[in-house]
Design a protein. Structure first.
Length: 247
């Protein structure tokens, strides 16, 4: 094998190697938590921290304020205990794509400790950006600041799920219903409204903390797109505009 072929073979191996969270990825999680904390008094008054479950190709790393879970501990950070549990799932690099709600394999790994309503999941920053950059349809989630803004989005989903009757949530939902013809009783309507709320929170945070991501999100919106996130983004943008962007 020539030297060049050897280098190329190594590069191909590295590209397919299972992704394991790095020091940089953990510091991005911690910055993500700090990010949602900056807006939580405004967006979710009275709500505290939630748990964050970072997963890579091998493990789930749970950041929790509870120190008494019967799970192996791997560290601590500012009042959080970090637990590390192998999830036993075979994940390819395309499975490590984003952040969201609970996942069956994460739930199984954490079942002795916490409940699916208490946490949101996220992949490491490095895997997140790499996946987004591979998306052929383009994305605005290919930067560190979009990853941090996603922590606000996911924190918002947990809040809306657990406090659907909080006055701010009820108020925001009424605004979204004014802005579009959404049948709120259908599953699809519920999902679109939940995305509108999370996007609304993400936009409010981005406007303040990440002006570049805010501008990209606004420019990204395509009225013809039909995904729940897309329709939700449109409703959130219209509701913010209707309120003069200052509510
Ligand atoms: Zn969402």
């Amino acid at each position: 094998m020539s030297a060049l072929a050897a280098v190329l073979a190594l590069a191909a191996l590295a590209a397919d190697a299972p992704y394991h969270a790095t020091k940089k990825d953990f510091s991005a999680v911690q910055e993500g938590i700090r990010t949602y904390r900056k807006v939580q008094d405004e967006l979710w008054p009275g709500a505290g921290d939630v748990e964050v479950a970072l997963y890579d190709a091998r493990d789930v790393f749970l950041y929790s304020h509870r120190a008494d879970y019967p799970l192996p501990k791997s560290g601590a950070w500012r009042g959080f205990t970090i637990y590390r549990v192998p999830h036993g799932e075979k994940l390819t690099k395309d499975d490590l794509r984003g952040c969201g709600g609970s996942k069956p394999f994460v739930d199984r790994a954490l079942s002795k400790a916490t409940s699916r309503d208490a946490y949101f999941t996220c992949v490491p920053l490095g895997a997140f950006v790499a996946f987004q950059k591979r998306r052929k349809e383009g994305t605005v989630y290919d930067t560190r600041e979009s990853y941090l803004a996603t922590f606000v989005h996911e924190r918002a989903h947990v809040y809306q799920r657990n406090s659907p009757n909080a006055p701010d949530v009820v108020h925001a939902m009424a605004d979204f219903l004014d802005e579009g013809s959404i049948p709120p009783s259908s599953d699809r309507g519920q999902s679109v409204l939940a995305e509108a709320y999370a996007q609304w929170c993400e936009l409010k945070a981005a406007e303040k903390l990440f002006p570049k991501h805010y501008g990209r999100l606004k420019a990204w919106y395509k009225p013809e797109a039909e995904g729940d996130h897309d329709i939700g983004l449109g409703l959130a943008l219209r509701a913010l505009k209707g309120a003069g962007g200052t509510r």
